[in-house]
Design a protein around this ligand. Structure first.
Ligand code: ADP
Ligand code: MG
Length: 601
């Protein structure tokens, strides 16, 4: 075949192959156009899983009659005009490909009345045929109606699934978009039935109601509100307490400048933020909004724009991770006793059964084999801890103040501590709580034990330096990041174009596989510009030590010991849950108890 120019219809169908996979992709493109047009009301009508009909009507700025045919031609857009525009694009669309692509594989009607104009105009398109714009009746705003998707591309049509499946994809898109703009009211009908009706959400309370109707009430009742700004980065939203973790990463919404993205750097940063409050294999749940200067992120990295490229992915990673970490760190036991969002008092009284199921995690396995020394070290810490806090405790009780977790009354079957505070009864899992406190202590001691003032990590020279063969690129990376390696306790030197020599490793990891660790750190650095492997490995080891050094079940604690533990919990970050995300304590208030005994009914 000689070389020839492809007909426009075919070009559009090829483009459709990239961005229009199923009815849900049509809906996504149409909704994004409505948001870009500044709509505050959006109505979605779907029939037969969106295959027969997908219509989006909005009250946005509309399109001038004369421009209607242009809206359906390829590479025609009102959103950018130059390369500078592209480099700081803030709209969701900018490629000018969606409408022509959709039009090439469906029967499409575009009807619009520009804001301030008296007349609406419509244009119809069927496959390659396109009519002239004609006057029509319509309100200000735009309506795009897409019928019989893939009617002229049987191969694509065969890939469509059952109506129910397609519908569930459509609903997912609508939910995601609805979380991206609280300022837009969204209504959705499927086969004539109203399925979603979300009013504009202005106040925080209204926004939480929308989040609850999209993500479930359980999510929001276990959520912590996040809001943090640093330079021109701003993160806000809701993250679930570790006690509400998921077996799948299915409740993770992240919006970058109002665009839903699923980006490796971000996913990893959030995961790191939850490090050591979530059991391995569990996934955090969150709805987060990151705002930043559009010039510092490239959204033109992927046709469907799910992935983005940050100019400085490392600082974004750190910012997100630290924000999550410090929000979770505020969950010290006793701090949220009065806050219903803690979910613990209500949970304890109303849902004992599903809680038991949810937290049925095994203990972590020994990853690096804790030696005897570890146990001795941590029980020594425990003694120091009980001594100091017992003294502090006496002072407090003398002044008559009741601390948040109250005073111990009894140790039940060597497992649970019962305590009385101003609300009522506090129940503490002694082992889980002690493990957490010890772990945070060990971590603090470990991080502060370094040779320099910054509190780096204590290193130990290897008897025989370890030579590791790597690629040139990896060797370059290690050389450029020598400081970073040193700060995490690895002293690495370049031994040749393709060799690295490890001279020192963190004291705690003297029995670990240094080569595997080095390779993991290198691959993390290459991918996200940061690595927490070494710290992770150390923390894993400390967690194991904490577990072994903590109060075992069936050892009866004295009142002093119990009170000391309660005081230590109050003073410890993240002590609301143990290292595996199980709760460490719960509270039955007098009202809860009254309810149990049906008093006052
Ligand atoms: P893009 O969104 O990338 O610009 P599209 O093919 O999705 O490309 O849309 C082409 C143009 O049609 C847009 O740039 C916009 O000017 C106009 N348009 C599409 N949908 C709407 C709408 N709902 N309201 C107003 N204008 C719209
Ligand atoms: Mg668009």
């Amino acid at each position: 075949m000689p070389i020839h120019q492809l007909p426009p219809q075919l070009v559009n169908q090829i483009a459709a192959g990239e961005v229009i996979e199923r009815p849900a992709s049509v809906l996504k493109e149409l909704l994004e156009n409505s948001l870009d047009a500044g709509a505050t009301e959006v109505d979605i009508d779907l029939e037969q899983g969106g295959i027969k009909l997908c219509r989006v009507r909005d009250n946005g700025v509309g399109i001038a009659g004369a421009e209607l045919p242009l809206a359906l031609s390829r590479h025609a857009t009102s959103k950018i005009g130059s390369l500078e525009d592209l480099e700081r694009v803030a709209s969701l669309g900018f490629r000018g490909e969606a409408l022509p692509s959709i039009a090439s594989v469906s029967r499409l009607t575009l009807l619009s009345r520009q804001r301030g104009e008296g007349q609406a105009w419509a244009v119809e398109s069927t496959g390659a045929e396109r009519d002239e714009a004609r006057p029509a009746a319509g309100l200000e705003g735009t309506s795009v109606e897409v019928r019989d998707l893939f009617y002229n591309t049987p191969a694509r049509r065969r890939f469509l699934r059952a109506e129910r499946t397609e519908y569930s994809h459509l609903e997912k898109v609508a939910r995601q978009i609805s979380l991206s703009r609280f300022s837009v009211a969204i209504r959705l009908n499927h086969n004539g039935k109203r399925v979603l009706n979300l009013p504009v959400a202005r106040s925080l309370e209204e926004q939480e109601r929308r989040v609850a109707s999209v993500c479930g009430k359980e999510f929001i009742s276990h959520a912590l509100y996040v809001e943090h700004e640093l330079g021109d980065l701003r993160l806000r939203g809701w993250i679930a307490r570790p006690t509400f973790s998921r077996s799948q990463p299915d409740l993770q919404y992240f919006f970058l400048n109002g665009r839903a993205v699923r980006d490796r750097v971000i996913v990893n940063a959030v995961k790191q933020g939850y490090r050591d409050v979530l059991f391995h294999g569990r996934h955090p749940a969150y709805v987060l909004y990151l705002e930043m200067d559009p010039a510092y992120v490239d959204v033109n990295a992927h046709p469907a724009k799910h992935e983005v490229r940050f100019r400085d992915s490392r600082s974004v990673h750190n910012f997100v991770r630290r924000t999550i970490e410090s929000t979770l760190a505020e969950t010290s036991a006793g701090m949220n006793a009065a806050q219903p969002a803690a979910g613990l008092p209500a949970g304890a009284a109303e849902r004992p059964r599903d809680r038991a199921g949810e937290f049925n995690h095994p203990q972590p396995s020994l990853r690096f084999g804790a030696g005897r020394q570890g146990i001795a070290e941590s029980s020594h810490l425990y003694r120091a801890l009980t001594a100091t806090s017992a003294a502090a405790n006496e002072g407090e009780s003398a002044s008559g103040d009741i601390p948040p977790l109250g005073f111990a009354i009894a140790h039940l079957h060597g497992v649970y501590i019962l305590a009385r505070n101003s609300e009522g009864l506090v129940i503490v899992d002694a082992h889980a709580a002690h493990e957490r406190v010890t772990y945070e202590r060990l971590k603090g001691a470990y991080l502060g034990a370094g040779p320099d003032e910054a509190g780096g990590v204590q290193r130990q020279p290897l008897l025989i330096p370890l030579r590791v063969n790597v690629s040139t690129a990896e060797a370059d990376l290690a050389e450029a990041n020598a400081d970073k390696f040193a700060s995490i306790g690895l002293l690495v030197e370049r031994g040749g174009p393709e060799t690295l020599t490890v001279r020192e490793i963190p004291v705690l990891l003297r029995n670990a596989n240094a080569e595997a660790l080095l390779r993991d750190v290198l691959s993390d650095l290459g991918e996200t510009g940061a690595s927490d492997r070494v710290e992770d490995a150390c923390f894993d080891l400390l967690a194991t030590m904490a577990c072994h050094g903590s109060v075992r079940a069936n050892r009866n604690l004295s009142l002093d010991e119990m009170n000391a533990l309660l005081r230590a919990m109050e003073a410890t970050e993240r002590s609301d849950q143990c290292n595996h995300g199980r709760p460490t304590w719960t509270q039955l208030s007098m009202q809860d108890l009254d309810r149990l005994f049906q008093r006052g009914r």
